[in-house]
Design a protein around this ligand. Structure first.
Ligand code: NDP
Length: 339
């Protein structure tokens, strides 16, 4: 397994809580961190024992001891930072949503292809062993023809994260780009081609949000399979889940739309009900990093490729537009050019 030397673009919470620990557990190195605010970068570097910090992103990515850049800045910076990293030959693992619009997102895919660098998107759920088991079951016909999927992903946004996600639409705020996009990364992998979406969102939290903080959605996939999602920043006690209902059986997975390697998967069919054994419970972010490192060695693909990330974004943007317009909106998965 190749050990990567990472440059962190963005002094973020997700890097601090999940990615830096995961990188270190699997023996990767962290060369430096860049943040728009010099003081924040310095404090963050000290807190996380990172030797180099800068407020100039280009200085970080130009370093010879950076093999790959982990982009976890606010959403509106993902596009420009990915392009600049690719331009100097650095591999990119970018946080979701990959970008704020499809034209930017496809440009990122093309730029990385042209530069010959690996481009992955850090959707953690497809890295989960529970989700991988569900995908195996569905692909192997355990539920017959899928008819409907229900996603329960309404959670409570921790107070420490109740900032730009709620207040700054230009930064990429809102539930569709934060949570529905994760659902889409799972649903696209399970069901294939998304067709169109309807949605209704609202503001129900205690904060003064500039965007909807709760949304219910129906997405239609090819073959008239319906997927229903409940995504929210406002629900404390629901727990998460994923259900796949088909002509021959149902999968009921509980506590699986999470960042931790937990949760149960039950299969119900004409022979009864059984809890499935999930022998591996690997950390989702370690899996993402390991598979990314394999891709750098040309021994596979990132767990979620750039194109997978764009397709997830396409669903989230259709949902966002559907909620705004009160109309059914097509999901556009074909490449879009920047005008
Ligand atoms: P944060 O709010 O922690 O950080 C986002 C940016 O805000 C930072 O990069 C930083 O900008 C700025 N910032 C944060 N705190 C301070 C501060 N005290 N002073 C100055 N600037 C500050 O974001 P998250 O970690 O929640 O999200 C980052 C990205 O990761 C997003 O794209 C999000 O969608 C994604 N994400 C992915 C998850 C997953 O499981 N895959 C889970 C959570 C988030 P600067 O870069 O300039 O330092």
């Amino acid at each position: 397994m190749k050990t990567l030397r990472w440059g962190l673009a963005g002094a973020s919470d997700i890097a601090a809580t999940r990615m830096i620990p995961a990188m270190r557990r699997i023996g990767h190195q962290i060369t430096g961190v860049s943040s728009a605010t010099e003081g924040h970068a310095a404090e963050y570097a000290q807190q996380h024992d990172i030797a180099y910090y800068t407020s100039t992103f280009d200085q970080l990515v130009a370093r010879e001891d950076v093999d790959a850049v982990y982009v976890s800045s606010i959403n509106r910076l993902h596009y420009s930072q990915t392009l600049r990293a690719a331009a100097v030959g650095k591999h990119v693992l970018c946080e979701k949503p990959v970008a704020l619009n499809l034209a930017d997102a496809w440009s990122m895919v093309r730029a990385c292809e042209e530069a010959g660098v690996v481009f992955g998107v850090n959707h953690h759920l497809p890295c989960s062993d529970t989700h991988r088991e569900i995908r195996r079951l569905v692909a192997g016909g355990a539920v017959g023809q899928p008819l409907g999927v229900r996603v329960f992903h309404a959670v409570q946004l921790p107070e420490r994260l109740a900032t730009w996600r709620l207040t700054d639409p230009a930064a990429g705020a809102g539930v569709p780009l934060d949570i529905t996009v994760h659902d889409a990364a799972v649903l696209n992998g399970l069901l294939g081609q998304p067709v169109d979406a309807v949605a209704l969102g609202t503001r129900q939290g205690h904060w003064d949000a500039a965007v909807d903080d709760a949304i219910m959605t129906v997405i239609r996939y090819a073959g008239d399979v319906l997927a229903q999602t409940h995504d929210a920043f406002t629900v404390r006690f629901a727990g998460t889940g994923l259900e796949v209902h088909g002509t021959e059986g149902s999968i009921v997975a509980r506590d699986v739309m999470t960042q931790d390697p937990v949760g149960s998967v039950l299969l119900r069919d004409s022979s009864g009900e059984r809890d499935l054994d999930i022998p591996d419970r690997r950390d989702l972010y370690e899996v993402a990093l390991e598979e990314f490192a394999c891709a750098v060695q040309e021994k596979g693909q990132p767990a979620v490729t750039g194109i997978d990330g764009v397709r997830a974004l396409a669903v989230a943007l259709a949902v966002q537009e559907a909620a705004g317009a009160g109309a059914r909106v097509p999901v556009v998965t074909e490449p879009v050019a920047r005008s």
